[in-house]
Design a protein around this ligand. Structure first.
Ligand code: FAD
Length: 384
């Protein structure tokens, strides 16, 4: 029996660990496009960018743990090139690797803008950090999490930063308009210049060119404009790829359709029964970890496959503040109550956002998971 995991990052690593935890003793092959052992991405836009930061990107586990303790065959620096679900073969660097079960965990790659840096990989982080070490005037394009964290890192060093964002508020897709408007205040209070509802037309040597012709001067330009599922290698495999972003479409058990084929993490569109069967492609650490572990269990023992009803959760750290969100921002009503922003769909709570209230957010997570009534959630927040 051979279990192949494609993508050697968080979801892939959790898949491998979970396979061994379930008692699976067969062959495991972990295929990764990057040369590195699996490493963690959230610190890349946080502690790693600090002047006194670690300076090195450490892997989750040393190679000996992966090879000797977990018994994993590593194929690193070797992108998978194709999947044949009839022959049950993954092609890696021209070699056919047979599988009995496979987890697709190839994540996403940063959307690029010519002339701008991105922040997705260890190499990206080293380059951004070097520019900050040189005292760069920084312009960030896109006020999402990663862009906001880069701005935060630059301000921590006292460097001038401008964020240019096409939407009217930061983070609108992730938290909605009202909460996004409040989060804008964190940027302004920290001295980050926000240029909202502003289109970028290009990046020139001297800086970022805006619609209208103005150039915002910059030594470092970082584009935080989203990520695209890494599924080019699956074109022609027969798997269903999402019509808009080409992520792998899965059912609620993470099955991608053909026998033995499951997907997990940033690459996967997963039906979530907790939110009316809404398919969700999350780019959140906790989802990637949970899905990686579950996908391995289901791939190795399909009879045990159960629908996942996970509550999406993410955090982000800006200017010393911790932003946390649970659930979905797709709501009928958004209310601020008792220092928490709550999201209603129908008569239940579907989401919550907090700033600097780490213990409270988990109480709302439990309520979202339990499909708690909106009135109860409001009363709990002290707003009823
Ligand atoms: P990825 O981490 O994208 O890994 C996929 C791996 O597959 C990559 O190594 C890639 O090279 C490899 N691959 C791609 N194609 C192939 C191929 N054809 N063959 C073999 N391998 C391939 N989430 C939070 O909730 N909170 C945070 O604060 C937070 N901060 C973040 C900060 C940064 C800078 C970044 C980039 C992400 C952050 N995230 C955060 C998101 C979180 O890190 C991701 O959700 C998580 O990394 C997803 O894991 P994954 O394994 O699904 O995909």
């Amino acid at each position: 029996m051979t279990f192949v995991v494609v993508g050697a990052s968080l979801a892939g690593l959790r898949a491998v660990e979970s396979a061994r935890r379930t008692g699976y003793r067969g062959r495991i092959v972990l295929v990764g496009a990057e040369e590195h052992l699996p490493y963690d991405r959230p610190p890349l836009s946080k502690a790693f960018l600090d002047a006194g930061g670690p300076g090195r990107v450490e892997p989750f586990h040393p190679e000996t743990v992966l090879r000797d303790e977990l018994g994993v065959e590593l194929m690193l620096g070797a992108p998978a090139e194709g999947l044949d679900t009839d022959a049950r073969v993954v092609t890696v660097a021209g070699t056919a690797v047979h599988y009995d079960a496979v987890v697709i965990a190839t994540g996403a790659t940063a959307r690029r803008l010519p002339g701008a840096r991105t922040l997705r990989t260890a190499e990206d982080a080293v380059a951004v950090r070097a520019a900050l070490d040189d005292g760069a005037r920084t312009v960030v394009i896109g006020a999402g999490f990663i862009g906001s964290e880069v701005a935060s890192a630059a301000r921590k060093r006292g460097l001038p930063v401008t964020i240019v964002e096409a939407a009217a508020v930061p983070l609108v897709r992730a938290v909605g308009e009202a909460a996004g408007a409040e989060l804008a205040g964190l940027h302004r209070a920290a001295g980050t210049e926000l240029r909202l509802a502003t289109e970028v037309t290009g990046v020139a040597d001297e800086g970022v060119r805006l619609a209208g012709g103005e150039v915002v001067p910059a030594d470092l330009v970082v584009a935080g404009i989203g990520a695209v599922p890494a599924t080019g290698w699956l074109e022609g495999s027969g798997l269903t790829l999402h019509e808009r972003d080409r992520g792998v479409v899965c059912d609620a058990t993470l099955s991608a359709g053909p026998p033995g084929v499951y997907a997990a993490g940033d690459v996967a569109h997963v039906v979530n029964p907790l939110f009316d069967g809404e398919p969700m492609r999350l780019e959140h650490w906790t989802s990637a970890a949970e899905q990686g572990a579950a996908a391995a269990r289901h791939a190795l023992d399909p009879a045990s496959a159960r629908a996942l009803e996970a509550v999406p959760y993410f955090w982000s750290d800006w200017y010393g503040h911790r932003i946390q969100f649970v659930g979905t921002p797709r709501a009928d009503e958004v209310v601020s109550a008792g220092g928490v922003t709550l999201y209603r769909r129908g008569d239940r709570i579907v989401g919550a956002l907090t700033v600097d209230r780490p213990r409270e957010i988990m109480k709302y997570r439990r309520r979202v998971a339990a499909r708690a009534a909106w009135a109860e959630a409001l009363a709990f927040a002290g707003a009823a």
